[in-house]
Design a protein around this ligand. Structure first.
Ligand code: ADP
Ligand code: ADP
Length: 221
């Protein structure tokens, strides 16, 4: 599904060169739930951004379903990001003036889908995360765990094949964090969604099917 081949990422300024990733080789298969762990500055976000096609490596090749990402035209790349990928962040990134239902349907706005159909799919996604009863609430009226569940509903509403999550439980206590992990695990098991998640938390990482450790830009094994 996602293959990284000999990925290197170097950040250069006038005087400093930082090797953020060094010779990274990873194959991620459909339906895997992968966590990426490692100390601050080891390259986790850079790796996640490269997998999410938000950043490009300095060297090496990223493949999606066996096709090198460099071979995609800009329009295909935009389509790929929009249709195949869903994103979840530590700080939820919900829009406070939109209610839960309207937040959830956002990824569908740019597709040619009628308003009624968007609402139907958004309700379906909210039902999956157990929040259909809160559809008319605003983010400010929800707990952190509930906000993250809305963010998950928004990430899955377009039925992506891959979800990239950057510290999705980072702002939550362990009870709410475990609830989020349960929902993510259900997505990988029932819908065969592939999830790649960055976390600092060993107890959270243990609930995934595969753990990748990074240290100073390299894979540890
Ligand atoms: P992590 O997510 O594990 O904390 P990052 O991927 O954010 O690590 O960063 C990896 C390394 O690359 C760090 O040394 C960081 O300082 C450096 N880095 C990240 N982004 C940039 C940038 N835009 N310019 C220069 N250096 C960067
Ligand atoms: P958080 O603090 O919630 O983890 P950040 O704002 O640090 O989230 O974002 C994490 C990474 O995701 C950053 O590298 C950023 O470039 C990227 N990012 C942030 N917002 C979006 C977005 N709406 N869509 C795609 N990528 C995003």
């Amino acid at each position: 599904m996602i293959s990284l081949k000999a990925i290197e990422k170097v950040y250069r300024t006038d005087t400093i060169e930082t090797v953020a990733l060094n010779n990274i080789n990873i194959n991620i298969n459909k339906g895997e739930f992968v966590s990426i762990m490692g100390p601050s500055g080891c390259g986790k976000s850079t790796l996640l951004n490269i997998m999410g096609l938000l950043d490009i490596p300095s060297r090496g090749e990223v493949q999606i379903d066996g096709k090198p990402v460099v071979s995609f035209k800009d329009a295909e790349l935009a389509e790929l990001r929009n249709r195949k990928l869903g994103f979840i962040f530590q700080s939820y990134h919900l829009i406070n003036d939109l209610n839960v239902l309207d937040n959830t349907e956002l990824p569908l706005i740019y597709r040619k889908i009628s308003g009624a159909e968007r609402k139907r799919r958004a309700m379906e996604a909210l039902t999956k995360v157990g929040l259909s009863a809160r559809a008319k609430h605003y983010p400010g009226q929800l707990s952190g765990g509930q906000r993250q569940r809305v963010a998950i509903a928004r990430a899955i509403v377009g039925q992506p094949e891959i979800i990239l999550a950057d510290e999705p439980t980072g702002n939550l206590d362990s009870v709410m964090g475990n609830e989020i992990m349960k929902i993510l695990n259900t997505l990988t098991q029932d819908d065969k969604v592939t999830i790649v998640m960055v976390t600092h938390d060993e107890q959270i990482a243990r609930q995934t099917s595969r753990l990748i450790r990074l240290y100073d830009g390299s894979l540890v094994n």
